[in-house]
Design a protein around this ligand. Sequence first.
Ligand SMILES: [Zn+2]
Length: 433
Amino acid sequence: MLLIRGGRVVDPSARRDEVGHLVLSEGKVKEFLAGEAPKNFPGRVIPAEGRWVTPGLIDMHVHLREPGYEWKEDILSGTRAAAAGGFTSVACMANTKPVNDHPEVTRFILDKARREGFANVFPVAAVTRGLEGKEMTDFTELAEAGAVAFSDDGKPVASALLMRRALEYVRPFGYLIMTHSEDPELAEGGAANEGWTARKLGIPGIPAAAEEIAIAREILLARQTDGRVHIQHVSTKMGVDLLRMAKRAGLGVTGETAPQYFTLTDAALEGYDTNAKMNPPLRGEEDRMAILEGILDGTIDAVACDHAPHEDYVKRCEFTTAANGIIGLQTSLPLTLALTAGGKVSPVRIVDLLSAAPARLLSLTGKGTLVAGSDADVTVIDPATEWEFRPEEVLSKSRNSPFLGWKLRGRAVVTICGGKIRHSCVPGVEADA
Ligand SMILES: [Zn+2]
């Protein structure tokens, strides 16, 4: 039994934002108690006065690199970084080696995560075999093995016909297809957002239209098939506008963005910092503002960090040849908490973006909520503490982050997964072995 005492309990699923106490028992949430804290509680007590108590955070877009690229990250190190960042669940993309296009790979990831994970791992399986964009995977077989969604992330599904067939196929089963929306020909050879910064630095550009054309295509195919599609890492203004239009038209389209797209612009590339190189690339200020607007008005459903670990070797090189992507699990929460400045985004909305919405989108029952009977996945957040993201703090095997050295505000002080304390920096509250 665990008592989380005196925190500000923020639970969008129950429309709750009030001070109280949360009791966990046998891996489940037992109850919320208002008023005086229970005396002589027969179990461990976590003091949470002045802190937020939220459903365990869920990141629906990470790369854990296992199997196949364990020198970049593995399930153990990736979920340890997740727990330290406040995440109790992550959905991992299929671009491993072998690709997660076969139930054996899905089961391998799940077994490994069950044995050594610091957080729940939900595999996302590939849409096409080998991510080659040619032949559909066996969605039913993969879902039965435990895949929660399908995406070729890292690569787009270039064929509109194949995407149409995939959307039609999954519709009766209710499986979710998520898309890395990019027109491969328009993006080819590019390494930064096409615009002033790229021109000045002499880096070949990726036009915003490469992403927007693909987003428009997914929306039109969702309409054509009466299907459901989720747009990954939306990064441009027109991308947000298209998503907004699709939602107004009542189409089954949702979208996520990543903290880097509302925190940074391509100005971060000055000095050829390859830790600011990613795909989609960091965009301009107008795009960044549009992403913020999309979060404010609900167009963007979720924040997911696209945690993409890479060793120094593939980042410490010439900009155009450097690998794409950044780690994000330990900085996603503070960067998203920054949205509360000025009172524009409420704590309830923050928790929706980082927990309740991903649970809804991936149909994770018992997650993203603190109602009685749900899983005892809880994050205790100190929203005010200031800290520096130093290299020594990094729990990933890779350190490719443009936020190293940043002063951040807010962090997860206790992360509880299935009733077990997986991370704690509260004195006197030891993590479980
Ligand atoms: Zn992607």
